[in-house]
Design a binder for this molecule. Structure first.
Ligand code: MYR
Length: 162
């Protein structure tokens, strides 16, 4: 194969662009993964509907994360209204062996998780904002995901009832 087409092209730039494209596509898939993952989750867990957001937080941490990532984040930092909490992760398996490349220090490398949670919770009628607050990849002491309950999606058809 001729290498003529790449002559004069900085390989570091190509790698950077490839990284941005593939990584961006993966993060964007997080929501779709969550939408599908919840079916598997509900099929494998005979859990009944949660009574409140605190119960949901425990299920996400102790059942969801445990089942799919083998970790149990600490549920913490509840807002006084009980509509917001953090998941504290000490060893994020998605970030194992990862170092943020130079020039990408602001990247939320594990942002895929936000999409997964957003998509999964939407399927059980919960509109939730999910974002990274801290990330060990950026030098923070802990990785912290913040979940804020926004509203119940009354119009959606509950999973399994369509
Ligand atoms: C309810 O129906 O009220 C309870 C719903 C619990 C939803 C739990 C969603 C788990 C999502 C797992 C995410 C795993 C991330 C790695």
């Amino acid at each position: 194969m001729s290498r003529q087409g790449t002559r004069g092209v900085d390989p570091r730039k190509v790698n950077g662009e490839l990284f941005t494209l593939t990584y961006g596509a993966l993060v964007a898939q997080g929501y779709n993964i969550g939408v599908r993952l919840i079916e598997d989750f509900l099929a494998r867990n005979n859990s009944s509907r949660c009574n409140d957001f605190r119960e949901t937080a425990d299920i996400i941490s102790k059942v969801g994360f445990k089942m799919y990532l083998g970790i149990t984040p600490v549920v913490s930092n509840w807002s006084p209204a009980g509509d917001e909490f953090s998941l504290l992760i000490e060893n994020n398996p998605l970030a194992d062996f990862v170092e943020l490349p130079p020039g990408h220090n602001n990247l939320n490398f594990s942002n895929l998780l936000c999409g997964v949670l957003k998509g999964a919770l939407e399927m059980v009628q919960m509109d939730v904002d999910v974002r990274f607050v801290q990330d060990q990849l950026k030098g923070d002491n802990i990785t912290e995901l913040r979940l804020k309950f926004l509203r119940r999606l009354e119009d959606a058809i509950p999973v399994g009832e369509d």
